[in-house]
Design a protein around this ligand. Structure first.
Ligand code: PEP
Length: 248
């Protein structure tokens, strides 16, 4: 059986109760490819609002989670708290958190383990900077980021990998289909060697970085691209076209 197409919408720190409700109303009304798995990640303040109003069949993700189940960790939310509230996924390792909040590979790995142990699915982000790409280090950077997780996590069945070149995020500069496919294929090869043949075959690898309804169909045709993590465009009505791009 093929891998189910997966689309994540990362709202980042955008929106208001009103605009998030409008996005949800739009998704609730939309005709959505029934073969696609869709997950939206609004800011934490709107997670419950999203879960309450969103139709069944579309899941809600946190944009972040902590690596402890409870305790004196001001400002943090645990996997257990999310799960109990019907929030079934979380993003981890987004480059904005790695770069701006200085989350390192070890912390990303620890959070991934905690999220999985707490029963969440994980959209695990990885990706290189422009400087690293130009130095020919893309595959090395990405696989090192993944290796930190593989050192702590053996079961990858609830992990979806999002390859997001940092230079393509929010810049309007999308990777070419060849650039994306090359890295996706290398990630799959790495999974085969370092995790298992089963993980290589079954793990969804998403592309993220300035995906729009204009470039998504072409990217979706690539053998190792199993969906998208969408930032800016997930706030717009055309997000529905991206969701449906595998059946377009
Ligand atoms: C993201 O935030 O994960 C992302 C890919 O952003 P954008 O689509 O805006 O580049």
């Amino acid at each position: 059986m093929g891998r189910q197409f997966f689309i994540g919408g990362n709202f980042k720190m955008n929106g208001s109760a009103k605009s998030v409700t409008e996005i949800i109303d739009n998704l609730n009304k939309a005709k959505i490819d029934e073969n696609a798995e869709v997950v939206i990640a609004p800011p934490s303040l709107y997670l419950l609002l999203a879960r309450e109003h969103l139709r069944k069949g579309i899941e809600v993700a946190a944009q972040n989670v902590f690596d402890k189940p409870n305790g004196a960790f001001t400002g943090e939310i645990s996997a257990q708290q999310l799960k109990e509230s019907g929030i079934t996924w979380t993003l981890i390792g987004h480059s904005e958190r790695r770069v701006i909040l200085q989350e390192d590979d070890a912390f990303v790995a620890s959070k991934t383990k905690a999220a999985l142990d707490g029963g969440l699915g994980v959209i695990l982000c990885c990706g290189e900077s422009l400087e690293q790409r130009e130095a020919g280090k893309t595959i090395e950077v990405v696989t090192n980021q993944l290796k930190a997780v593989a050192d702590k996590v053996k079961d990858w069945s609830k992990i979806v990998i999002a390859y997001e070149p940092i230079w393509a995020i929010g810049t309007g500069k999308v990777a070419t289909t060849e650039q994306a496919q090359e890295v996706h294929a290398a990630i799959r090869e790495w999974l085969k060697k370092e995790v298992s043949s089963e993980a290589a075959e079954k793990t969804r690898i998403l592309y993220g970085g300035s995906v729009t309804e204009k470039n998504s169909s072409e990217l979706a045709k690539q053998a190792d691209i199993d969906g998208f993590l969408v930032g800016g465009a997930s706030l717009k009505p055309a997000f529905v076209d991206i969701i449906n791009s595998n059946s377009a």
